[in-house]
Write a protein that binds this ligand. Structure first.
Ligand code: HEM
Length: 487
């Protein structure tokens, strides 16, 4: 080993100081860059947080109220920053999670590492006892007790009622020969079917009153949370008060009068009054979850049906194939019979049409969660309290997950999808409670539409309705029906 004397070392440094200086500088730069790069692969997610509370809230709201809708905010940032980006909305840091691996990391760790996270106006309107907002210890109990309306027996009754109501209404519209808006029509008819099943309300004026409140509440969910009269948020909060008092009064009335007995969800809950606490719902839980069920079920299902009609109009081959399947099911039934669950089970192509519609329309664009602790998702460091949004829309359009993602091709569902790559109903412990109900209602609609009629879409405008959390077209897709027998 070579050992330098002090003088030799001095001479070496003196004669080569430029080289040594350069080497030291290079070492420093390399070490700095290494640290920087290491940092960027973990916690330095690109994006802009902006000012402490406001962040990019105004850009988000401005996209929300433009013709392109709130997802434009996400897409524009992806163009600037790449798939992963951060932003600050309503005072909270948000990360939009764009991958199947990320979706799995979040949805399979619900309640352990993540919980639902809503922006303030959404949480206020939903109510703190809603299934969407309650802490884990209440979620299991409430979810278990809410499954009653989704039993096969209840769904079977719902299918028959919905089918009768729908067949009559479609016939009326076809007889009148007038254009009608598919979205509005289905909002109304699903709402009526659900109110009947949940609280046995069929009176038109009461239904209109409740629907008005529900609409104002839904509209407020993405509004700026200021209590100034006239604002969307204010109207939503007031509508919530009216909704609560209406159902408090109904619960009290049913409790007072033993004669007023119904076969519905509310009655099933009230029949548990004398049960132990973990086997019943408190009144505020019943009411918040009535709203949760209506909110979760009405707009989503109506929007999905609207998109089905739109996609079927644009894809006549798919429409033809679907009609053939549905006519053959109809042909095997006694004339005039309502649809039953067994009929729906035979609609294998119909179900693929529904699946493809939900993949492409992304009625719910992303699922919001909050990190309960510091953690990593695919090497990206997430801090406790950050909001992580599972970006279902991005996953459903990822060409690495779906070949030709822009093509409406129900047959792609001939093959089973990989876990967490098809998530229109979410996944894991918080999977949609109404997935069967939704599929059934959509299939009934498709059956009656394709076996009874042809239709033309009267307005091809593709602007997105921005007043809603759900993806839907502003036009709502107006159509005019012609009975098949007249063609
Ligand atoms: C096409 C129609 C529907 C779609 C696309 C849909 C989608 C979803 C999604 C994505 C979630 C999970 C969100 C998350 O993980 O954050 C969810 C949850 C939920 N959905 Fe649906 N849904 C539909 C219809 C319905 C219907 C008809 C009902 C009931 C009447 C319903 C009731 C619920 C409830 C109660 C939850 C909360 C579950 C929980 O947190 O435990 N949904 N839905």
């Amino acid at each position: 080993m070579m050992i330098f004397q002090r003088e030799q070392l001095y001479l070496l440094v003196k004669n080569n100081y430029e080289i040594i200086f350069c080497a030291l500088l290079a070492g420093l730069i390399t070490s700095f860059l290494t640290k920087k790069l290491k940092k960027s692969s973990t916690d330095a997610i690109p994006g802009r947080l902006g000012l402490p509370f406001v962040g990019e809230t105004f850009s988000f709201l401005s996209a929300t109220y433009s013709t392109k809708g709130c997802y434009d905010f996400v897409q524009l940032r992806r163009q600037s920053y790449g798939k992963w980006f951060k932003t600050r909305l309503f005072g909270k840091v948000h990360i939009f999670v764009p991958s199947v691996v990320g979706a799995k990391a979040i949805l399979s760790n619900d309640f352990r590492l993540f919980n639902k996270g809503y922006v303030k106006p959404t949480a206020t309107v939903l109510g703190m006892s809603s299934l969407f907002c309650v802490p884990v210890e209440d979620h299991k109990r409430i979810r278990r007790l809410l499954t009653g309306p989704f039993s096969m027996d209840s769904l079977s009754k719902l299918v028959q009622k919905f089918d009768k109501m729908l067949s009559a209404e479609l016939k009326k519209l076809a007889d009148e020969g007038k254009s009608f808006v598919v979205l509005d029509f289905n909002m109304r008819i699903t709402f009526h079917a659900m109110c009947d099943m949940l609280v046995s309300i069929t009176d038109e004026s009461l239904l209109n009153k409740i629907e008005k409140d529900v609409t104002a509440m839904s509209n407020a969910m993405l509004s700026f949370p200021v209590m100034i009269p006239g604002t969307t948020y204010y109207k939503g909060v007031k509508a919530r008060e009216s909704f609560l008092s209406f159902f408090e009064e109904m619960i009290n009335r049913r409790r007072r009068s033993s004669k007023e007995r119904h076969q519905d969800f509310l009655q099933a809950m009230l029949d548990r009054d004398s049960f132990p606490d973990d086997e019943k719902l408190r009144d505020c839980e019943i009411i918040d979850n009535l709203f949760a069920l209506i909110l979760a079920g009405q707009g989503t299902t109506a929007a999905a049906i609207m998109w089905c009609v739109k996609f079927l109009d644009e894809n006549k081959q798919v429409q033809k194939k679907l009609r053939e399947e549905q006519l053959s099911i109809l042909g095997n039934k006694p004339i005039g019979d309502s649809l039953c669950l067994e009929d729906l089970n035979k609609m294998s192509y119909g179900l693929k049409v529904v699946k493809e519609t939900l993949r492409m329309s992304n009625v719910i664009l992303w699922f919001p969660r909050v990190a309960l602790d510091d953690c990593k998702i695919q090497d990206v460091e997430i801090k406790k309290g950050w909001h992580v949004d599972v970006d279902a829309a991005h996953i459903h359009y990822d060409p690495e997950v779906y070949k030709d993602p822009l093509m409406f091709n129900p047959s792609r569902f001939d093959e089973a999808q990989k876990p967490y790559s098809y998530i229109p109903f979410g996944s894991g412990q918080r999977t949609c409670l109404g997935v069967n109900m939704a599929n059934m209602l959509i299939l009934v609609f498709l059956h009656r539409l394709t076996t009874g009629y042809k239709w033309i879409v009267d307005d091809q405008d593709l602007s997105i309705d921005t007043k809603s959390l759900l993806q839907k077209l502003k036009s709502g897709v107006p159509i005019t029906l012609t009975p098949l027998k007249d063609i």
